[in-house]
Write a protein of this length. Structure first.
Ligand SMILES: Cc1ncc(COP(=O)(O)O)c(C=O)c1O
Length: 402
């Protein structure tokens, strides 16, 4: 992989001084522009994974660059001891977009999920010490901190850290009978991703989501949607639950990844019933909701509004082109997803395909060993889709021959 070979000094330093938890691809990135990134040797890559769904407006977006410059010269951090100009307006924006009432800002997906779980615990506790159970889904992914890990339904992430939180039940996705069997008066929350991301781009059915809403209401549990990967514009609506007609509103929604387009920012949005569980001093974050992140997120929402219909169009076009490839390569089993959240299920391992794609100038990712995952920037055009398909076709041809 000629120009993509990582500079030895960077790799050596990481090998010597970093925890060895990441299995990086051999690529040192230097800069980005639009939907492209460039390595230190100047080689260009079409980026269809976008920092695992974070760089929603691609790279060096002129409007974001402008507000970052301005804000950096004004005020980077205040702590939550004081007000600043942007947290209130952003909270109002998130409330309007989500249909929920109150907002808390954090710095990541997992931190948002921790806060949501605390909200569920505190909500349940008002009814009694026994009401602390959480119902989650098999194959789910909710983050790496201990609470979020406790409700993550994948053994490989959990096993080294057990025992985790008790009282968590996992049910298979879309299994209404299993859901009905475990939700009870002891349930404090039902939590799921509307489209399982890390689990392989698997959407939930509207019937399952409606049943969860009904059960949460019946047992006074909080219905929590994890929109960290599937939300914030990616489905072509603000949030994936808005794809369901009529929409099913959660009590609590957590989001993060694209919110501030690369500056860490997470959010918990809640209705009044759920928000009432968290009183003064019960939760907080030193960095959460700082002026830089909030100002960027406000600019992002302004840019996002007119982009939403394009996300649907370009996403549909992308899936159509991928389905053409599926006719040519029998090892493609299925193309799934909504908007610009796309999974291509193979019946062969995807790892070598991802490596070959990097070499050919295309960044994608593989989850669950056999699902090629694409979470491209929202500014992706049909022309860039065509370019990605041309490269992918070349790579798949090699996989077929091999
Ligand atoms: C659905 C979902 N929940 C939670 C997380 C954790 O987010 P973070 O890595 O920002 O902590 C992720 C990250 O990929 C995710 O996809």
């Amino acid at each position: 992989m000629e120009s993509a070979i990582a500079s030895p000094s960077v790799v050596d330093l990481e090998r010597q001084y970093l925890l060895q938890n990441y299995a990086r691809y051999p690529l040192v990135l230097h800069r980005g522009k639009g939907c492209y990134v460039y390595d230190t040797a100047g080689k260009r890559y079409l980026d269809l994974i976008a920092g695992i769904g974070v760089s929603a407006l691609g790279y060096a977006h002129p409007r974001l660059t402008k507000v970052i410059r301005e804000q950096a010269a004004l005020l980077l951090h205040t702590s939550n001891l004081y007000y600043h100009e942007y947290q209130g307006p952003l909270a109002a924006r998130v409330a309007r977009a989500s249909g929920l009432d109150r907002v808390f800002f954090s710095n990541s997906g997992t931190e948002s999920m921790e806060g949501a779980l605390k909200m569920a615990r505190a909500h349940g506790r008002k009814s009694g010490a026994e009401k602390y159970e959480v119902v989650s889904l098999e194959n789910s992914f909710h983050g790496r901190t201990l609470g979020a890990l406790s409700i993550t339904g994948q053994e490989k992430y959990r096993r080294d850290f057990e025992p985790l939180l008790t009282g968590v039940h996992f049910v298979p996705r879309n299994d209404i009978t299993a859901l009905e069997q475990v939700v009870s008066g002891r349930t404090a929350a039902i939590v799921f991703e509307l489209v399982q991301g890390e689990g392989g781009i698997h959407p939930l059915t509207a019937e399952f989501v409606r049943k969860a809403r009904e059960l949460a209401d019946r047992y006074d549990a909080l219905l929590i949607f994890d929109e960290i990967q599937c939300g914030v514009g990616r489905p072509g609506t603000y949030f994936a639950y808005q794809l369901i007609d009529p929409p099913v509103l959660p009590d609590v929604m957590v989001a993060a990844k694209p919110l501030a387009c690369g500056i860490p920012l997470g959010v918990i949005a809640a209705n009044e019933r759920a928000a009432a569980a968290i009183g003064s001093g019960m939760h907080g974050s030193t960095f959460g909701g700082g002026p830089l992140a909030c100002r960027i997120a406000l600019e992002f929402f302004d840019i996002l509004d007119p982009l939403l219909p394009r996300i649907v169009q370009v996403g549909d076009y992308f899936r159509m082109r991928l389905n053409e490839l599926a006719k040519r390569y029998s090892f493609i089993k299925e193309v799934r997803g909504f908007g610009l959240m796309i999974g291509v299920e193979l019946d062969i391992p995807g790892k070598q395909i991802v490596l070959d794609a990097i070499e050919a100038g295309l960044l994608i990712n593989c989850t669950h060993d056999t699902v090629l995952r694409m979470l491209p920037p929202y500014i992706l055009t049909e022309k860039e889709v065509d370019r990605g398909i041309t490269i992918l076709n070349r790579v798949l041809k090699k996989a077929k021959a091999g």
